[in-house]
Design a protein around this ligand. Structure first.
Ligand code: TTP
Ligand code: MG
Ligand code: MG
Length: 441
């Protein structure tokens, strides 16, 4: 624990839904649910308007529809979330060299290295307020909730206290007063299983936990976990803010407007991605042992599978072979929306090839073509489209050969709704220009 409230935690509010509301003016102030829209789909997030109906992350979309039938149910646009995340992270990195992203929409920022004249409450509060204003400005109106405290633990708890659009500072010395009445699940590392174990021992709140001896906690939860909780229950947390070092993995992924179902096509895409990953590894003189594939199914569940090789590789053929092998274990019959290949466990040297084998092993990338929405005639709700006469808009709904589009963008007022035949040649999916992939390490 530090002497000053110099750890900042920022988390965007209803992130995916907020991006949708920004880009779809007619949905601002309305219930919006982003997630799998099909029969087995789950909610990724809901706008705060939808949360008042009891809709939340991880709920089945079916349940969400029954709780809030008039919400807009959208299937998600990852390129938009990724681009927005990049803007926010860049802004945080401009504010401090020590930024530790936790996910697309949240990060810790260490204010001890941000060049502030001091770390008094007034100073850090003003800094946080300014940062929130900058985020709003740079993202086209997204709000972030921010917490400030003497440790990562406290900062993260604080950012959640006044969501959405809140700023909470926990002054040094008041941590325990804040934590004591809270449920034990507020502590990082206390998931449902641990919470249940503690509950059976009669431990519900942080205050209850504080009263338990170290020996007893270790008996209950094991040495590492029990010991960790003992300290966190006393707000003792010295974990440093660790900036993202050079990439520990190199990966490439693609999201698709239509659900891919053809295995040969998926294998072809993985092979092509393996080629891109291998190319980037070689370009940076890296090689890695662990090959991972990432697959997002039509219902929004995201799976990853990995396999570790006996020695590091930077070869397309090896990475592609492992990636295709990993795919065979997955049931993709319902359709796939995202595929990715990554290599981690990087070594910054390439193993000398003892057998003098030719490095030019390159597998010839197969020609693969992703079907466009037009060919497949799938128009996912929420996806961006462009019409020859009407300009840009988004799919409001589709079915029975008809697709309904609302013509509006982030910069326009709420726009008109028009319906078209699903195969109308004037209508096509709209995709941003830049390739949606991670920058090289
Ligand atoms: P969160 O920050 O947990 O949630 P949120 O930003 O939607 O809402 P809050 O205002 O409470 O912070 O997650 C960020 C994004 O990650 C979220 O918008 C969607 C995605 N996500 C999922 O896809 N599945 C999940 O189960 C959760 C929790 C989030
Ligand atoms: Mg969030
Ligand atoms: Mg978050």
């Amino acid at each position: 624990m530090r002497a000053h409230a110099s750890v900042l935690h920022l988390d965007l509010d209803a992130f995916f839904a907020a991006v949708e509301q920004r880009d779809k003016p007619s949905l601002r102030g309305k219930p919006v649910v982003v997630g799998g829209v099909g029969g087995r789909g789950v909610v990724a997030t809901a706008s705060y308007e939808a949360r008042t109906y009891g809709v939340h992350s991880a709920m089945s979309t079916r349940e969400a529809r029954s709780r809030c039938p008039h919400a807009a149910f959208l299937s998600g646009r990852f390129h938009a979330y990724r681009d927005t995340s990049k803007v926010v992270m860049a802004l945080l990195r401009a504010a401090s060299p020590l930024v530790e992203p936790l996910s697309l929409d949240e990060a810790f920022v260490d204010l001890e290295h941000s060049g502030l004249p001091d770390l008094e409450i007034e100073t850090v509060t003003a800094f946080a307020a300014d940062l929130r204003a900058q985020v709003r400005e740079a993202t086209g109106g997204l709000t972030a909730s921010v917490g400030l405290g003497t440790s990562k633990f406290i900062a993260k708890v604080a950012s959640d206290l006044d969501k959405p659009d809140g700023l909470t500072v926990v002054p040094p010395g008041t941590e325990l007063t804040l934590l004591r009445p809270m449920r034990v699940s507020v502590i990082p590392g206390v998931g449902p299983a641990t919470a249940e174990r503690l509950r059976r021992a009669g431990i519900h709140t942080v205050e209850d936990l504080e009263a338990v001896s170290l020996d007893e906690l270790v008996r209950l939860l094991g040495k590492a976990h029990g010991g960790g909780l003992y300290h966190l229950a006393r707000a003792e947390d010295d974990r440093p803010v660790v900036p993202e070092r050079e990439a520990k993995s190199v990966s490439v992924e693609g999201t698709y407007d239509t659900d891919l179902t053809d295995r040969r096509l998926m294998e072809g895409l993985l092979t092509r991605q393996a080629g891109e990953v291998a190319g980037r590894l070689r370009k940076h003189g890296l090689s890695g042992r662990t090959v991972t594939i990432k697959v997002r199914l039509h219902d929004f569940t995201t799976l990853s599978r990995s396999s570790t090789l006996p020695s590091p590789t930077d070869r397309t053929s090896t990475i592609a072979r492992v990636a295709r092998g990993l795919l065979t274990d997955l049931d993709t019959s319902g359709g796939v929306r995202l595929l990715g290949v990554g290599v981690s466990g990087l070594a910054d040297w390439i193993q000398e090839d003892l057998f003098g084998e030719d490095q030019e092993d390159e597998e010839v990338p197969v020609e693969v073509e992703v079907p466009t929405s037009r060919q497949r005639r799938t128009w996912a709700p929420g996806m961006d489209v462009v019409h020859a006469g009407m300009g840009r808009g988004w799919v409001w709904g589709s079915g029975r050969g008809v697709v309904t589009v609302r013509f509006e963008t982030a910069e326009s007022p709420a726009g008109p709704v028009r319906s078209f035949a699903e195969d109308d040649p004037e209508l096509s999916p709209w995709v941003p220009q830049e390739p949606a992939e991670d920058p090289p390490p």
